[in-house]
Design a protein around this ligand. Sequence first.
Ligand SMILES: [Fe+2]
Ligand SMILES: [Fe+2]
Length: 271
Amino acid sequence: MHLTTLVENTSRSDDLASQNGLSLYLEDHGKRILFDMGLDDTFFRNAEKLGVDISRVDYAILSHGHYDHCGGLETFLKHNTRAPVFLGSGSDQPLYSERPEKYRYIGLDDTLVDANSERFSWVEGNRDVTPWLHLTRKISMAEPRPESNRGNYIRDEDEYLPDPFAHEILCILEETDGMILLTGCGHSGILNMVDTAQEGFPDLPIKAVIGGFHLLRDSRQEVERIAKRLSESGCGRVITGHCTGQEATQIMKDTLGDRLDILYSGYTTEI
Ligand SMILES: [Fe+2]
Ligand SMILES: [Fe+2]
């Protein structure tokens, strides 16, 4: 699998934009996959600079309904007229974040979804897109969720209810020698995602976990526990950034050492 990071919160240099968003481009088994689309059209402009042709993407996946992962959808649909867009059922709910004294809409643009309904493929439970590309909305709940989820809500008429993140999906790339896990924000908890993958594919080691883990408000003790569990679960590589937060990333690096890499716009690797 070859990974190219189209956009992330940091960048390798001034020629590639960064933003509070995530978009990953992958080539695997001869197919092209776009996992999340960032905040706006930046993923597309960076893709052009990185030699990635968005019109040739075979499968697009939206990890969850938040704007920093789905904001580039209009640009994607304009430049790619063939790839199905997979997303978790419920990603089009009215999603909000809480700011002091007000709620802010941070969900999908539902006019886009309605106008292009034939392009969307809603994931209810487990979905095998191909024999090696698996999506699941059934994510284990045994481990605690990230503390930072506490700022996220779903609006139900006049009420704002805590978002249980049932719309989040985990992506698993199955290789002959192991699996690669992709997570957008990891709202369900990165350890729950690891547990889900290991329950689904008990004979396959985890070659890599890639994406954001949403650990901005978790305690040092909890981040250390997560890093230790990731290490013990045999994760070959942990490649993270976006909403993991710099402090949590550094804490995890102390445990994981060279096994941990930090994402940025333009980061590429072969796994
Ligand atoms: Fe995010
Ligand atoms: Fe999110």
